[in-house]
Design a protein around this ligand. Sequence first.
Ligand code: ATP
Ligand code: MG
Length: 251
Amino acid sequence: MTSRPNGEPLVRLSGVNKWFGELHVLQDIDLDIARGEVVVVIGPSGSGKSTLCRAINRLEPIEKGEITIDGERLPEEGKELARLRADVGMVFQSFNLFAHKTVLENVTLGPVKVRKKSKADADKRARELLDRVGVSSQADKYPAQLSGGQQQRVAIARALAMEPKVMLFDEPTSALDPEMINEVLDVMVGLARDGMTMVVVTHEMGFARKAGNRVVFMDGGRIVEAAEPESFFTNPQSDRAKDFLSKILTH
Ligand SMILES: Nc1ncnc2c1ncn2[C@@H]1O[C@H](COP(=O)(O)OP(=O)(O)OP(=O)(O)O)[C@@H](O)[C@H]1O
Ligand SMILES: [Mg+2]
């Protein structure tokens, strides 16, 4: 997939800066993400990838700059923030499912509480989504009874149940055993093909090549380079990207 959809950006970061105390973790980040675009974020540990995702979702406040989702600036707090945050689905490295709720309950909780869906509608939609991610037979189990790959697919279904406009994935496969990585990546490739707007922090280059429209390379809190996946992997421009790729390619 190389074509990039047109139209005004769905997510826009302009002049975004964030500090943790003295540490300048996001430095002058400008990034526009189009509707249906899949942006893969890569970079060394500590470069600010997770912080970038968390800032888009306002799990982390920013000190300077602006982030808009579908033209709306993220509010500081309150009901509006809850609503806009629900537009942004997030899937983390650790699956973060509610341990004492069944798979089905995990997926229906948000739609009922935040989206005010009826239990029946939420159940119906949840079952469709669990089917889509290939775990429909696990609906009545508890998270601990599932494999890591299954839990992560439930986490994806749970995020999708909120009908988000954009999905953020922060290293969704890095806690998984190798044989489970592909079952999660396959679900993500399917989502990308269906036109979901996605920001994906991952070092899975197969995914980037298959589903990514753009790779954004971060280092030291900055976007150092951004390019189409094929061009980034075969012909990185900056020394920092070359150095980083030579390290991950040898593992
Ligand atoms: N809550 C926090 N308080 C203070 N410093 C933080 C906090 N969270 C992250 N940092 C620091 O901010 C920098 C960026 O962290 P971040 O987690 O965004 O990096 P990353 O690119 O996601 O790294 P990794 O590949 O290891 O996940 C790091 O130096 C990290 O130590
Ligand atoms: Mg991280």
